[in-house]
Design a protein around this ligand. Structure first.
Ligand code: PGA
Length: 240
């Protein structure tokens, strides 16, 4: 793991966007792995700015998102498809047919997970995978557990995650209790992983990445076995 410390969220967001920009310039048809949540929003804003002001070209890029609530319509304003359109896809020249998010509308979630996994395999591999991290160490929606899963699967969210995500909903009862998520293997198959960690609430989980222990109870620690992970964090996460 390579660690980059930034003074604040703005610097973290710009640093992450520059790494993405460099990848897209190097490889115009890059396959991006994308994430939702609060943390990558600033990076997306910088990428939109780079597109508008510097002509960063997404026309040949394709993308795969980590996860989606289940069941949930993709038109629902709480869906991750909606989030991606609002925060990034509607503001850049990406071909929407090349943007992929697991479908929260699929009748058969297992078939949808298998379809998504095949799609990922046919992409030739994700060049750079953006990750946020849960306070409990989840990545995607791979929640702490004795057993983790390698491939895209349906997962029951933990009460911790439901409580943390309730801030985006009117009331906690509205938070979906299930999700479709890429598995640990799907995430780890990316060539490069860009993990973004911001804010004092992430202090504990950031510290768990500094030693060499690995536990399924903190799924992000498995990233220590990957050969190209860049962790970008801010002072607030570092100091707690
Ligand atoms: P956050 O979520 O960026 O909103 O903190 C990250 C996550 O839960 O993976």
């Amino acid at each position: 793991m390579r660690f980059i410390q930034c003074k604040d969220y703005a610097e973290l967001s710009l640093t992450a966007a520059k790494i993405m920009q460099e990848k897209i310039i190097q490889k115009p048809n890059a396959v991006l792995g994308l994430a939702t949540g609060s943390t990558p929003v600033g990076m997306y804003q910088n990428l939109v700015k780079m597109h508008r002001e510097e002509g960063l070209d997404f026309s040949a890029v394709s993308s795969y998102n980590l996860d989606e609530y289940y069941p949930l319509s993709s038109d629902d304003s709480q869906s991750y498809r909606y989030f991606m359109n609002q925060n990034l896809f509607d503001h850049i020249n990406i071909d929407k047919s090349r943007t992929h998010v697991p479908s929260g509308e699929a009748k058969d979630p297992e078939a949808e997970c298998a379809r998504y996994e095949e799609l990922l395999a046919s992409s030739g591999g994700v060049d750079i995978q953006v990750l946020g991290i849960g306070e409990n160490g989840h990545i995607g929606f791979n929640e702490p557990a004795d057993i983790l899963h390698a491939k895209t699967h349906l997962i029951h969210l933990t009460q911790d995650t439901i409580a943390v995500n309730a801030r985006f909903f009117e009331k906690i009862e509205d938070v979906p209790t299930k999700a479709l998520t890429m598995g640990m293997g799907s995430i780890m198959s990316a060539k490069t992983i860009l993990l973004l960690i911001s804010g004092a609430k992430k202090h504990r989980v950031l510290r768990s990445l500094f030693d060499d222990s690995i536990t399924t109870q903190i799924p992000a620690t498995l990233l220590k076995t990957h050969s190209d992970v860049i962790v970008i964090y801010d002072d607030a996460a570092y100091h707690g």
